[in-house]
Every structure is written in structure tokens, then in C-alpha cells.
Design a protein around this ligand. Structure first.
Ligand code: PM9
Length: 458
């Protein structure tokens, strides 16, 4: 058996989860409209809904809260955070936001004009929402293999340069405000982008004067995969790799709630002076002063410390390998999952898990609901419900990947929790024939997966 690293932390504070019985869980998910987003946290035993804002902070981060400077303007914690982002990510300017979508809102409003196209390596829900809300059309330029759960490639988040070139030829470079490059790619299963691919995307964009903005939400996980998988990087530090990654970009949006190791926070970073001035003008409308952008002083201190802790090899090695531990157990038991195992979670392949439920009957949504009912483990649908509708035709997007994401919060759970989760899924897999499809009974017009409600089809 493969060796998995022990937790590189000692547990100082514990939280006792509730364990509901089966009857109570059935009642809870019914009351939640079979949507795991609508469950109460206290009704969940192992909560793998998301790795967003669910991180356990370190003693140093908690200590940092005590030196929060809550001044309306010029907080010392902002200066610390700003300096940390510049040092660790290498950008010239930073504008703070309350979380990732705040940064996406600013970037989209600043750069997108109606009728333009934003290419990206697979869509992300909030990112695409802001692009479309500002009049752009999203174009997927990820390699085809990323849409196939069974193809095992080291860098399945890579951009297909031919697809990017084809879009440039079709619409013209002047119609592309920027290329959006996610590192790692959440919806593909947490798949990384190689450094060689980032370099090649930069070279192609330079030919046409195109800007590249990274979604750097899980950039440290991406850097870990580069170190482990890409030739020439084994002896580089995570910090060096992260800096090189961003050297191929013009800026980035960040949700600090993931690789920033905090519970809230984000930023928009860029190298262009003029764009920075404009982002400072705009941030006061939506987020707050350019010295807090929706975060408290104490949040900013914890964020600065989190960024420094996140690039430590022992931390990121354990984080990614703990996810792999869960995935490996499921693969060994024959449960269909997206391969290879990504950085932040294990994605169940609902099409193969529930071949008797067609995509119209929302198999991943139903699987997530049933996993909760059977075990108290909360997961998230990442399939047709999350994909939403085409803004022009009104038709459902039908993604090839119909998945349930088991997202592992950072520094929160142990390997024993992964064992319980794996056993619950294996048990459910044995009884999969009993699972039925779902239908919408309430469908919100935007980002529908958060608030939607469902019921059984028949
Ligand atoms: N991701 C996640 O659970 C939280 C909300 S969506 C269900 O995966 C990327 C790659 C993300 C992301 C959030 C955001 C938005 C941007 N890019 O949630 O606004 O994974 O901080 O970040 C979630 P915020």
C-alpha cells in the first residue's frame, strides 16, 4: 500500500459533530428539498460540501486575529496582506475583495464589454456568471480529455492551444478581453495545469496582445502537482513554482477561502497601473475601501499568515495526499470516480454510478442527497444542476461530467474520517439500484444550484 503522510499538525481545539439517525437524516434532506446546500450544518456528520471557507486556522492565525486593526482606512493588516501577496504571488498591485466572486465581479466589469468572448479552461459557476452578466460569451478551451472521467493524465487542466487559436481566428483578438486560466480546474475534478502549458498559453497570447488572468483560488495545489509530476520542478520550492506560474499572467482573481487557508477573503491582483487605478475606483462601490475590500482587519491578518503557511511543503503534501487516500480507497473498491484524483476533492462519476438515471433526472443531485441520507456525509452536485442554462437559448447545459464532489476541508478531518466516508460510499454503491432520479420544484434564475429545491420524479 502507498504511504500517506501523517497529519503535519497537532489538534488543539475540537468541535463535536452531531450524529443524526437515519430517520432524522431522511427528514432533514426532505425539508432541504433534496439539496445539500439547504441542509443545516449541524445536521451533517462529515461535511464535505466544500473546501471553501471551511479551513481550520492555525494557532498563529488565531493569534493574528488579536492584532486586527479595524481602522476604516489604512489598516496595518492590509499592508501586511498586500506585502504578502506581492512577495508570494509576485503581482505588482492588489485590490482586496470580500471573497473570490467579488474579484470576479470587478474584473468582469472592468474588462468585459458586451459581445466579447472569454475563453477559459472549463467554466466555473460564479466566474462564468460574472462574465455572462457583463455581456461576454464563455468559450471552453480545455483539452477534450478533461471532459472524460476515465482518462488519466497528469495535467488534465491544460488549455488546448488549438481551441484558443481557433477562437482568435473566429472572432478576432480584439473581441477577447482576456483569457481566464484556472489553476487548478475545479469543475474538471481539481485538475492541474502544467508549467509548460502556462508558458505556451503566454506565448500564444503575446502574439496577439491578449491578457491572461488566472483564477488562482487553488494555486498552491496546482504548484504541488507541478513539483511532483513535471520534469525539472522536483527540486524547486512551492514558493518558487507559484511565482513562476504567475509570471506568465497579467493578474489573477483569488478566493482566499481555499488555498489562502482562511474562512473569508479574496483579492484581484494585476500588474497594469491603469487597471489598478480603475479597480480602486470600483472597489469602493461594491466591496469597501481599497485597504479592506469587505474584509475585517483580523481576517486580513489571518489571510496573510495563511498564505505563508500554505506554501509549506509538509502542509500541501498532506493536503493533497489525504484527498488521494480517499480516492484510492474508492478506486480499489471499484467505485467510479473522476481520474486522476484532483487536489481538493474526490469526484464521484454519477453517470457510471447510476447508469439507470438519465442526465435529465439529475443523477448527481440524487446521489448527493442519498449519500447524506445513508451516512450523514454531505457532498455537492457538480453536474447538470450546477451547469445551469445557456443564457441565449435557455436550454440546460448538459456537461459530460456529471459528478458528486467530496471536497476535503483543509486541516479539518483525519484519515479515519476518510475511511468512514469511503465505507459509506462503497455501501451506497452496492445498493445503487434503489436510487431514483429527481426533478426541480423550484429553479432560481441564476446560480440555481445554491437555492434550488427538488423532489422525486416518479
Ligand atoms: N468555489 C466551491 O465550493 C464555493 C462556492 S461555489 C459552490 O468550490 C473557483 C475556482 C472557485 C470558487 C468558489 C470561486 C468563487 C472562484 N473560483 O466562493 O466567491 O472554486 O470565494 O470564490 C466554491 P468565492
Amino acid at each position: 500500500m502507498k504511504n500517506y503522510p501523517a497529519e503535519p499538525y497537532r489538534i488543539k481545539v475540537v468541535e463535536t459533530p452531531n450524529v443524526l439517525n437515519k430517520e432524522e437524516r431522511y427528514a432533514a434532506i426532505k425539508a432541504a428539498g433534496y439539496n445539500t446546500f439547504q441542509l443545516k450544518s449541524e445536521d451533517c456528520y462529515i461535511d464535505l460540501l466544500t473546501d471553501s471557507g471551511t479551513n481550520a486556522m492555525s494557532d498563529r492565525q488565531w493569534a493574528g486575529l488579536m492584532i486586527g486593526d479595524e481602522a476604516y482606512a489604512g489598516s496595518r493588516n492590509w499592508l501586511h496582506l498586500e506585502a504578502t501577496i506581492k512577495e508570494y504571488y509576485g503581482f505588482k498591485h492588489v485590490t482586496p475583495t470580500h471573497q473570490g466572486r467579488g474579484a470576479e465581479n470587478l474584473l468582469s466589469k472592468l474588462l468585459i464589454t458586451p459581445g466579447t468572448y472569454v475563453p477559459g479552461n472549463m467554466y466555473f459557476t460564479t466566474t462564468r456568471y460574472h462574465q455572462e452578466a457583463n455581456g461576454a460569451t464563455f468559450r471552453d478551451i480545455i483539452i477534450d480529455e478533461a471532459h472524460d472521467p476515465d482518462i488519466d493524465l497528469p495535467f488534465k487542466g491544460n488549455v488546448d492551444l488549438k481551441k484558443l487559436q481557433a477562437l482568435i481566428d473566429e472572432v478576432g483578438a480584439e473581441k477577447i478581453p482576456y483569457v481566464c486560466l484556472a489553476v487548478t480546474v475545479n469543475m474538471a475534478g481539481g485538475q492541474p495545469v502544467s508549467m509548460a502549458n502556462m508558458r505556451a498559453v503566454r506565448a500564444l497570447c503575446d502574439k496577439y496582445g491578449l491578457k491572461i488572468f488566472y483564477d488562482c483560488t487553488r494555486c498552491v495545489e496546482n504548484a504541488y502537482f507541478i513539483k511532483m509530476r513535471e520534469e525539472g520542478y522536483a527540486n524547486k520550492t512551492i514558493k518558487e513554482i507559484v511565482l513562476e506560474m504567475f509570471s506568465y499572467s497579467d493578474g489573477a482573481t483569488m478566493s482566499g477561502k481555499k488555498d489562502g487557508l482562511v474562512n473569508i477573503g479574496g483579492f484581484l491582483a494585476m500588474n497594469d497601473d491603469d487597471l489598478y487605478t480603475k479597480s480602486r475606483e470600483m472597489v469602493v462601490v461594491f466591496e469597501g475601501m481599497p485597504s479592506y475590500g469587505g474584509m475585517t482587519g483580523r481576517d486580513m491578518e489571518a489571510f496573510a499568515i495563511g498564505i505563508k503557511e500554505s506554501i509549506m511543503f509538509e502542509y500541501i503534501q498532506h493536503r493533497v495526499e489525504q484527498v488521494a487516500y480517499l480516492g484510492d480507497k474508492l478506486i480499489d473498491a471499484g467505485v467510479p470516480i473522476v481520474k486522476p484524483i484532483g487536489g481538493h476533492g474526490v469526484f464521484l462519476d454519477a453517470r457510471h454510478f447510476l447508469p439507470h438515471i438519465p442526465q435529465e433526472k439529475l443523477p448527481a443531485q440524487s446521489l448527493a442527497a442519498h449519500l447524506y441520507m445513508e451516512s450523514g456525509v454531505r457532498s455537492m452536485e457538480r453536474g447538470v444542476v450546477s451547469a445551469g442554462r445557456d443564457t441565449k437559448t435557455g436550454k440546460n447545459h448538459m456537461p459530460k461530467l456529471e459528478t458528486v464532489r467530496l471536497t476535503i476541508p483543509r486541516r479539518v478531518y483525519t484519515y479515519a474520517h476518510m475511511d468512514v466516508t469511503a465505507d459509506s460510499i462503497i455501501n451506497l454503491y452496492k445498493n445503487r439500484d434503489k436510487i431514483r432520479g429527481l426533478k426541480f420544484v423550484y429553479e432560481p434564475p441564476m446560480l440555481r444550484f445554491f437555492n434550488a429545491r427538488f423532489d422525486y420524479c416518479d
